[in-house]
Ligand binder design. Structure first.
Ligand code: SAM
Length: 230
């Protein structure tokens, strides 16, 4: 089985269990809170903390072009997009099941469009977006170098790249559970960044970056320097 099929199968299962998935990603249901505590050593306030830090790159009332990759079930961003009717938003994901769920959530949001695809081969021109948002994606992407390259390419010079994902080396229990559980399931794919390697990569690739660590989650906001080249 190829990487794409393996990951699509893994998220087909989760997309089918939306209530569980959404509760886990927001740390809001009982089962979700149990996962957050056991795997991530986090409570709801910490979950909201890292998500707010990741979303801090999007200004209030944003009215430009935004790419979200991967959108998953849209649980984290559809409420936000309701507050940005002037923006032009594109949401992309590998998994048709996750996308379907996000589409259902987007009722009435004519400024949000959805596309199935691979972050490693983005079907957009250079500099197409003012903001690229990537929540909980890089720990799942199979070809991370291609993802970094493509996100850099489609972001306009001066644009903002923000998001969050798992980094190893912060909590031994989390790292062990990720290796033993999430990787075999196909939900996460190594290699994983550390907090330090992420900081360096963002600064070297994009420019000045703000990184905030909450347990094993790194949230970041950075701006693509006008003179940067891949
Ligand atoms: C943990 S979910 C995160 C989704 C959403 N951002 C959230 O926080 O709920 C990871 C998502 O990455 C998607 N994904 C994995 N590899 C991908 C790729 N190469 N291109 C696009 N999406 C991918 C999966 O289909 C899945 O929906």
């Amino acid at each position: 089985m190829g990487q794409e099929e393996r990951i699509q199968n893994a998220y087909r299962g989760l997309g089918g269990k939306q209530t569980f998935y959404d509760g886990m990603i927001t740390c809001s249901t009982l089962s979700g809170q149990a996962v957050c505590r056991l795997i991530w050593g986090m409570d709801r306030a910490e979950t909201q903390d890292y998500l707010s830090a990741a979303l801090a790159g999007i200004p209030e009332g944003f009215s430009g072009r935004l790419l979200e990759v991967p959108v998953g079930t849209g649980i984290l961003t559809m409420p936000l997009y309701r507050e940005m009717p002037e923006a032009e938003i594109t949401c992309l994901d590998y998994s048709p099941e996750m996308l379907e769920r996000a589409k259902c959530r987007s009722e009435g949001l004519s400024h949000v469009r959805f596309q199935q695809g691979d972050v490693g081969v983005l079907p957009f021109g250079d500099g197409s977006f003012d903001i690229v948002l990537s929540l909980n994606g890089f720990h799942a992407f199979p070809d991370k170098e291609a993802a970094w390259r493509e996100i850099f390419r489609v972001l306009r010079p001066g644009g903002t790249f923000c998001g969050c994902f798992y980094v190893r080396g912060q909590n031994r229990r989390t790292d062990w559970l990720i290796r033993r559980l999430y990787v075999p399931k196909g939900w996460f794919t190594p290699p994983f960044e550390t907090a330090d390697s992420l900081g360096h990569r963002l600064e070297e690739t994009f420019g000045p970056a703000k990184v905030r660590m909450v347990q094993s989650m790194a949230s970041f906001v950075c701006r693509k320097a006008k003179e940067k080249h891949p």
